[in-house]
Each structure stands twice: as structure tokens, then as C-alpha cells.
Design a protein around this ligand. Sequence first.
Ligand code: 5GP
Length: 174
Amino acid sequence: MEIGEVLITAEDIDAKLTEMGAAITRDYRGKDLLLIGILKGAFVVMADLSRHIDLPVEFDFMAVASYGSATKSSGVVRILKDLDQEIAGRHVLIVEDIVDTGLTLQYLLKNLEVRKPESLALAALLIKDGIDRPPLEVKYEGFHIPPKFVVGYGLDYDGKYRNLPYVAVMDDSE
Ligand code: 5GP
């Protein structure tokens, strides 16, 4: 496997995060907003998106692992690190790198709703098209991409490539 075609450039990502950040700033002005990043993949989006949000936001992180192969999600999610704080009564925005099967987010939404936040919404940089997934409302979405395995901008292949400043397809043709 090697890095193939660049799907989304660093410039395009920055422009999109600027728009998403402006929308979040508008929608949550005057509210107390907690951003929750889903590790590890979302650490890059979280850092860059949050700097386009012009509000005194707070941060927390959850780490989850989904059982399955390196490139396929199984929907069975294990919490490796839970939130440090209570979210009852707070406005919560989950920040994700990519929505593929949607199973991780479906699980997380269910898990977090039980904790009674004042509101719970989703932001995701990438959404894979052509995937049969449970209904999920992604309030702030970045780019729709084809259902291919991608790396970069937080996303890994075998633990690597998270630091690429762009999103690229992994090429399995030798
Ligand atoms: P889902 O539960 O929506 O299928 O995907 C959950 C997680 O699988 C994502 O947060 C991401 O970490 C990983 N994932 C899904 N699609 C891709 C992909 O194309 N590339 C990489 N590197 N990870 C992915």
C-alpha cells in the first residue's frame, strides 16, 4: 500500500474549516460550548477547526477503538478513554475526522445522550458517500468523498500518515 491521489488539498481543508468555524461561532454565540474530539483521528481537525471558532470553547477528548480489520469498521466500539468531565446541561459538539459506516458515532451519540447534555451535535470533516449507514445528522460537515480508504489530516494507515497536511487515497496497486 502506498499513498495515491490527493483528494483534498491543505488549502481546501483550511477554507472549509474556516466556513465551518464561522457557522459554529454564529450558532453557539452566548452559549457555553464544549468540543469533544474523538481520538486519535480527530486531533488534527480539532486543533485547526477550533482556531476558527471565535468563542471561549472548552475541550475534552474520548478515545475509542472499533473492533475490526485495519480498514473496515465492525460497529463494536470500546471506550479506551472517557471524558474528563460531566456534560449534563452543557452544549456539546462532537468533532470527528470521518464518517464511514457511522457506527462509531451512532454508538457515541447513544452513550453521550444518556448523560443529558443540553444539546448534542456533530461536526465531521469527511463523509463517505455511497455507504449504507444509520441516519445521522451531521450539523457541520466538510467534504463528501468516494467510499475509498483515505489517509492524512489525522487519518492513519497502520498508525502512520496522520501528519500529512492533505487527504489522500491509499493505493493498493503495487
Ligand atoms: P465508522 O464507525 O464511521 O465506520 O468509522 C469510524 C472510524 O474509522 C473513523 O473515525 C476513522 O478513525 C476510521 N475510518 C473510517 N474510514 C476511514 C478511512 O478511510 N481511513 C482511515 N484512515 N480511517 C478511517
